[in-house]
Design a protein around this ligand. Structure first.
Ligand SMILES: Cc1ncc(COP(=O)(O)O)c(C=O)c1O
Length: 437
């Protein structure tokens, strides 16, 4: 090429959650029975969509206007409905024009970070859902800036560290939170959220909060929205329907801007996202039309409550199975539908292995481990080869710690118990084999 055409941030674009599927597919082709626990898609894992929701969508499918473009910001009646819900909670007040629809939150994240001025950085959690950290790194052409979620404090953020990072790095313009969090399942208390907002106020930053799991909290965990605590600070919340209806194939999510008018720079940034969406015309129409009909239905709140209670039950069950296993630390998730298993320091090494009787499978696993030698990648590849269980290495979540993320999505009780019991057995056996050598 006469010119280098590769974007400065191209190296930051990685998404192990899906990359690992290709590797799993190769093992499946060799006859390994796979348990896909890598992707956060409840429907793929067998969750049934209630008939009353399907009826609403079916009626919309029969209506010609569902096939049309919609206004750039999104369907006006839906934005009014969503703004009214924010206002009814009594925190930040917004109007329909403070809401902008996207084709899923993945789209919202890449636009929100992609249209930030290059020098302006967003500090985000570590570990973090990699769409955020990769998009931030790609936007800046540098590694993502992070603050620590502390496993010894139930994965709560270390606010002193966050404050110090912000204080000494003037490039930081915003703080990212994911609440409830992916991959850890932590849910932030009101105090934590107020602490983050206070840092933003002190240093004149904005807060960006991914709340795609906000209606999936359980076992007493609070669901405090950013809009409840944002006060007079500029903020944006990312919300969607992929996880809570659940309807990930709808590719539908939205951003709520809080206190846009407080700061002309933030207002201009918000406008740039609307302008960028205008170049694309609009986002998906049909799911937007479905939102007020589904969320406004009296059956929606019980639907959410039933789902949250079920994930809460699975979280308790999984932690009970994994408790007492040497070499790992597990914090019981309080929200979303993931569980992170953290390897204690030195518990898993970059020469670890698990017994794989089939030589063809072993050869493929060898090939994978030659490419990625980190202990948790190696463990994940061996686990796939030895058991068929597919999980995601923790070090792929913008994190220097080692471990893995597994979902709580398997609907078949027996199969889910088998998965966690197999994991516990494999780790126990591995630790025992190390003790004997
Ligand atoms: C924290 C978080 N944000 C955003 C998304 C993407 O959501 P969407 O399907 O709306 O693109 C995910 C998907 O797993 C997620 O875990």
């Amino acid at each position: 090429m006469r010119r280098n055409i590769v974007h400065i941030g191209a190296g930051e674009l990685t998404y192990a959650i899906r990359e690992i599927v290709e590797q799993g597919d190769r093992l499946e082709a060799l006859g390994v029975e796979m348990a896909w626990e890598n992707i956060g898609d409840p429907v793929q894992k067998g969750e049934r969509i209630p008939d009353w929701i399907k009826d609403i969508v079916a009626d919309l499918v029969r209506d010609d206007s569902s096939y049309a473009y919609c206004p750039t910001r999104g369907v006006p009646a839906t934005r009014e409905f969503l703004a009214a819900r924010v206002n009814a909670r009594g925190g930040a007040r917004i109007g329909p024009d403070d809401i902008l629809f996207f084709n899923g939150l993945g789209d919202a994240v890449s636009k929100a970070l992609g249209f930030l001025r290059r020098e302006a950085r967003i500090i985000g959690p570590s570990p973090a859902y990699s769409t955020h950290s990769s998009a931030e790194g790609a936007h800046a052409g540098d590694h993502p800036l992070t603050y620590t979620l502390d496993p010894d404090k139930g994965w709560q953020p270390d606010l002193d560290e966050l404050r110090q990072n912000v204080r000494y790095n003037p490039a930081i313009a915003g703080i990212l939170l994911i609440n409830p969090d992916n991959p850890t399942g932590v849910v932030y208390s009101r105090d934590t959220l107020e602490g983050v907002v206070a840092i933003a106020r002190e240093f004149d930053l904005f807060v960006m909060c991914d709340e795609v799991y906000i209606n999936i909290t359980y076992n007493g965990a609070p669901a405090v929205h950013l809009s409840d605590v944002i006060g007079d600070v500029c903020g944006l919340s990312l919300k969607g329907i992929s996880k809570e209806i659940p309807w990930p194939g709808s590719r539908c999510g939205w951003v709520e801007f809080y206190n846009r008018e407080v700061d002309p720079i933030f207002a201009r940034f918000a406008k740039s996202l609307v302008d960028a969406k205008m170049l694309e015309v609009c986002s998906t129409t049909l799911p937007q039309r479905a939102i007020p009909l589904i969320m406004g239905d009296a059956r929606y709140a019980p639907h959410l409550a039933t789902r949250a209670a079920e994930f809460g039950r699975r979280a308790v069950e999984a932690c009970a199975i994994l408790s007492g296993v040497r070499g790992i630390t597990v914090n019981e998730p309080q929200g979303a539908f993931y569980l992170t298993v953290l390897f204690d320091r030195g518990a898993v090494t970059n020469s670890m292995s698990l017994p794989i009787p089939d030589r063809r499978v072993q050869r493929v696993v060898d090939e994978f481990t030659q490419k990625r030698a980190e202990p948790d990648f190696r463990f994940v590849y061996y686990l796939m080869g030895a058991t068929g269980i597919v999980v995601v290495p923790l070090s792929s979540f913008c994190c220097e710690r080692h471990g893995f993320r597994i979902t709580l999505l398997e609907c078949d009780d027996e199969r889910r118990r088998w998965t966690f019991e197999t994991l516990a057995r494999v780790i126990r056996d591995y630790q025992a084999s190390r003790a004997n050598t």
